[in-house]
Ligand binder design. Structure first.
Ligand code: PGA
Length: 266
């Protein structure tokens, strides 16, 4: 079943800072990014912008965004599946909601690979995020070996099915398709491949949560997104934005990605 209707979805450009920029650097960075976008008269209603700094930056970012009334959304790069208790080193979704985070990244491939997060952990974290009114940015993607063995969509499809298992049909979610081999490699997927997988992920959402949720859910592409390749991804009907790693740490590059509509016809 094909699901279309991209015109009703506001594109989202999200910057995943990973373990970069401390809280002082985050203040300078967000100020400069805001100036750069203001200077360029960026319309945040046309393309939404979200940043994902390290946990220790979130209070500083929240204070700045609130004091200067910046139209920037922000969120954390992970959360605990638990609300509170003896979980040393973990961060509760309740704490993130208190800091006015709107989003939280869940199941990034670096969490899955380096921290052994399974589909079950990801599903529990998605439930925890929704419980605290955080929009989960659910990351799925295949490794180079998966690509060779199963093609591009089998693994992302099964990861997303698992992540949505306990989600109710009114959920507000974002999905990020990030081929693991494309992350940080400089070798992005082709826009055609991103579209093919995104279309199948939209079918998974439709089967799990219904057509209305599938129609309104943003599906992002991630993996070596740059100012020079973003427009081709954004031309695809099922790609509604990007999750940007390395290029989100460069203000000029990140603002150019956000302003893709200006530097190329889409
Ligand atoms: P990259 O990272 O843009 O540096 O490839 C993307 C991500 O890991 O979300």
């Amino acid at each position: 079943m094909a699901v279309t209707g991209s015109t009703r979805r506001t594109p989202l450009i999200a910057g995943n800072w990973k373990m970069n920029l401390d809280h002082l650097q985050s203040i300078a960075f967000v100020q400069k990014l805001a100036w750069s976008l203001k200077d360029a008269r960026h319309d945040f209603d046309t393309v939404e912008v979200a940043i994902f700094p390290p946990y220790t930056d979130l209070r500083s970012v929240q204070t700045l965004v609130s004091a200067d009334k910046l139209p920037l959304a922000f969120g954390a790069q992970d959360l605990s599946e638990h609300d509170s208790g003896a979980f040393t080193g973990e961060i509760s979704g309740a704490f993130l909601a208190q800091l006015e985070c709107q989003y939280v990244i869940i199941g990034h491939s670096e969490r899955r690979t380096l921290h052994s997060e399974t589909d079950a952990h990801v599903a529990a974290k998605v439930t925890a995020a929704l419980k605290h009114n955080l929009v989960p940015v659910i990351c799925v993607g295949e490794t180079a070996a998966d690509l060779e063995e199963h093609g591009p969509s089998a693994v992302p499809v099964s990861q997303l099915r698992a992540a949505l298992a306990g989600v109710d049909t009114a959920a507000d979610i974002v999905v990020a398709y990030e081929p693991v081999w494309a992350i940080g490699s400089g070798q992005a997927a082709t826009p055609e491949q991103a579209e093919q997988v995104a279309a199948q992920l939209r079918v998974v959402i439709s089967e799990a949560l219904g057509q209305d949720v599938a129609d309104k859910t943003r599906i992002l592409y991630g993996g070596s997104v740059k100012a020079s390749n973003i427009a081709a991804f954004m031309r695809e009907p099922n790609v509604d934005g990007a999750l940007v790693g390395g290029a989100s740490l460069d203000i000029h590059e990140f603002s150019s990605i956000i302003r893709y509509q200006k530097h190329v016809g889409v």
